[in-house]
Design a protein around this ligand. Sequence first.
Ligand code: SAH
Length: 356
Amino acid sequence: MRYQKDTLPSSTSPINLLSLDEVGMGRLVQQFGWPRYRTGQILRWLYQRRAKDINQMTDLGQAERTALASLATIPRAVGCTVFRSIDHTRKLILTLNDGLSVETVLIPDEDRLTLCVSTQVGCTLDCRFCLTGTMGLKRNLKAHEIIEQVLTAQDRLDSGERITNLVFMGMGEPLANMEALSEAIRRLTNKPWGLGWSPRRITVSTAGLAARLKDVAPLGVNLAISLNATTDDQRASLMPAVNGIASLKTLLAACRRYPLPPTRRLTFEYVLLKDVNDTDADARRVVKLLANLNAKVNLIALNPGPGIPFETPDPQRVAAFQTIVRRALPCFVRKPRGLDVYAACGQLKRMELVTL
Ligand code: SAH
């Protein structure tokens, strides 16, 4: 082994192997004077075998492992608490290295097991019906902290389980943390050393950061837009921050420009709030707004939360709304999941901050 000490970082803080992208890892391997294939080997240990310790990397020689461990660490999450719902949804609360925590939710449903991933601690936005919005933004997650949620969920699966879908619908606004989101998706979809996910099984959801939609397209993943209102006045009162950034018109224009592959649809999510945005007139406006878009609509009746000043509409109202939209577009009603452990849409907020 050639060990070019003078070219390696001399600082006392260890290198976080999870913070390195492929180029960064390649550079580190080069600085050690190791053959190039070591880059792929180390990355495979991190992402495919979920190594927590450099000593597990048994296809590196003992001397190489010692050299690497003297300079670098694999700082995976420091803790994980799991809450199980009676409907088998599981909420995982991960404690990050700086003591903040982030939530990720495993949702089993017939032949699917969906993992709902967070991109920020708290959220940049202030949507009035969402509990995460009331926390404010604590900070953006780093790419490796986004991946950490997938790795930890995989570590915690029951026997025979396999995650089939990933949705970026946890805490935070994914497009407000675009760089980390993109890098996380690159590692998730990388086949030679990453997690090998098909981008078709990944969905990124945005509250409507219109100018950034174009940055999602190259990732090849599905895009969901949280519409939630049918007039600008309504949207401004329900989602003030994001509507201030992009009006409905701007948002829908960006959706029309989105380079959607022919076999795919944009998903529009719509939280139904009793007597606020759940009328027949709203349903007809949804149809009008989405005309000429290759779209489908997912309706979610409000999941209540402490301090959330809205009510859940009756199932009959939800059904009537669906009937109108379905005349023009595919339209589904999402079942609430994990309500009893505050794991449902819009309910992700540190447990101790929620009075159950
Ligand atoms: N910030 C992104 C990602 C979060 S996705 C976005 O808004 O798309 C979370 C989804 O849950 C969004 O569609 C949001 O509109 C919805 N939601 C938020 N609060 C909710 C609540 N209390 N009940 C039901 N759905 C809610």
